[in-house]
Ligand binder design. Structure first.
Ligand SMILES: C[S@@+](CC[C@H](N)C(=O)[O-])C[C@H]1O[C@@H](n2cnc3c(N)ncnc32)[C@H](O)[C@@H]1O
Length: 266
């Protein structure tokens, strides 16, 4: 989770992180609807890559008695938080269908699953084309014959500017800080800061990434052997803001800031 340098206690750090940047029940609903639309059946098995606290994987097993999930992350800190705060929400039967895997998403695994997800742009950590291609090939290898790979991605005119964006929540503020953007390499350095109870915690998370484009990801998924790649766009409410509803599209107008999904079909 791109560990930063702040003194924020671990449990507070991940609680604020999840409250600020995760909406995994909406993601789960999107996955279920789109997989059904694209594959004609309900998905049952999910692999949450870069899983962090694994909150999504834990809630996935609650969605159905046949659902099974894995969360893969190589950092023990978010995994520990996840086991303490999410795994404990499962009953004994549900726990038999959920597994935290301490490992590298580039490694080989023997599970075969319907859906793999890489959310919150975690795959941006792979800066070299060959590395990202290897990752996509590994993902495809572990998917069932009618499986699907879901990633999110962001963009827009504002996201290539060094700026700090503050989002206020009831009890805290979240700061998304684009500290450095290199136009010659598309490499970006982001920090997450939080303010809570009047105290500001700087650089709680650090992300040293390459900002990939939708076209590059589409081409890399095709190169990795995915038979079809579907791109999406978000609808607008009456104020022109995102309405949380995503539809298939491959032509849209740019705007200051957008987030969307890309799905690769085996
Ligand atoms: C941006 S966080 C995402 C967490 C969560 N998936 C989410 O949607 O909020 C990225 C996570 O990826 C993990 N990570 C980075 N490189 C990894 C790798 N090669 N294999 C497994 N996990 C990795 C980090 O430890 C961190 O927890």
């Amino acid at each position: 989770m791109g560990k930063g340098e702040s003194s924020l206690p671990v449990d507070k750090k991940y609680k604020l992180y999840e409250a600020s940047v995760q909406n995994h029940m909406a993601d789960i609903e999107f996955i279920q609807d789109e997989f059904k639309a694209l594959r004609g059946r309900k998905p049952k098995t999910l692999r949450e890559d870069f899983g962090g606290t694994g909150a999504m994987a834990c809630d996935w097993v609650k969605e159905g008695k046949e659902n099974r999930a894995w969360a893969i992350d190589l950092d023990p800190e978010p995994v520990y938080y996840g086991k303490e705060n999410h795994y404990t929400r499962l009953n004994d039967e549900e726990k038999t269908r959920m597994e935290y895997v301490m490992g590298n998403v580039l490694d080989d695994y023997d599970m075969k699953n319907d859906v793999t997800v890489a959310f919150n742009f975690s795959y941006f950590i792979f800066k070299k084309r060959a590395e990202l291609l290897k990752y996509f090939q590994q993902v495809r290898k572990n998917l069932n014959g009618d499986g699907a790979f879901f990633v999110d991605i962001f963009g827009g005119t504002e996201c290539f500017q060094e700026m700090v964006e503050e989002t206020e929540f009831k009890k805290h503020s979240y700061f998304w800080d684009c500290d450095r953007y290199n136009p010659l390499t598309n490499e970006v350095l982001y920090y997450i800061h939080f303010k809570t109870k009047g105290e500001k915690y700087e650089k709680v998370f650090t992300y040293d990434w390459r900002h990939w484009t939708v076209r590059e990801i589409t081409e890399l998924m095709e190169e990795a052997g995915f038979s079809k790649v579907v791109t999406y766009w978000e609808g607008e409410d009456e104020d022109g803001d995102g309405d949380g509803e995503f539809f298939q599209s491959n032509e849209e107008e740019n705007c200051e800031s957008w987030v969307t999904y890309i799905v690769g079909l085996v």
